[in-house]
Ligand binder design. Sequence first.
Ligand code: PGA
Length: 220
Amino acid sequence: MKNLFIVANWKSNMTKIEAKDWLLDFSVGKLPDSLKVIVLPPFTLLDNLNGYIRINDIPIELGSQNVSPFENGAYTGEISATQIAEFASYVLIGHSERRINFNETNEMVNKKIEESVKVGLKPIVCVSNIDQVKDLINGDFIIAYEPLGAIGTGKAEDPLVVSSIVKQIKEQKDLKVIYGGSVNADNLKEYIDILEIEGVLIGGKSLNASSLLSIIKNAI
Ligand code: PGA
């Protein structure tokens, strides 16, 4: 059985109370070693969730949804890799919502990868086309392929198209690749059965613990 990453991107959702309810609903027991569940909450919840999942031995790892391209210092409003590493082991970088809404460039994406790797955070770097892959620096990270038309639309990309693009991505960078874009419990298998794909990035369907649990169940 190949190793799989199930990455849950909560985006700009969830209050402390809602996250607590989510965790109470997320009764998963033990997961196989081949499956890693990574939750990406907003920064505001990282500390609290980190404490809760450790005390209650919940098989989840945490990541942030963004990171500053700079070190600690005079960068008002930014959160540095060092600060994130206190609570999380992963960091999502270059999501298309950041590239589009916050003008995040390939250069910034690369700086964020560098800052993260420096402190031992594992980057999950989002790309929506092969050109974005070509512009990435070399390094050890996971690539999340997320075609723009599939994100949040309920229209997941044709698995045959995904398979061909992921092959091209791996020719450029010999790294782990996961797929994201309208993944749900019913279509999950179509993506994780693709030889080159090692997991999924889930947005909408991760906001409800029971729908994420159905996805996890189908991945086992
Ligand atoms: P979605 O989001 O699952 O809601 O399509 C995926 C993502 O944006 O990471």
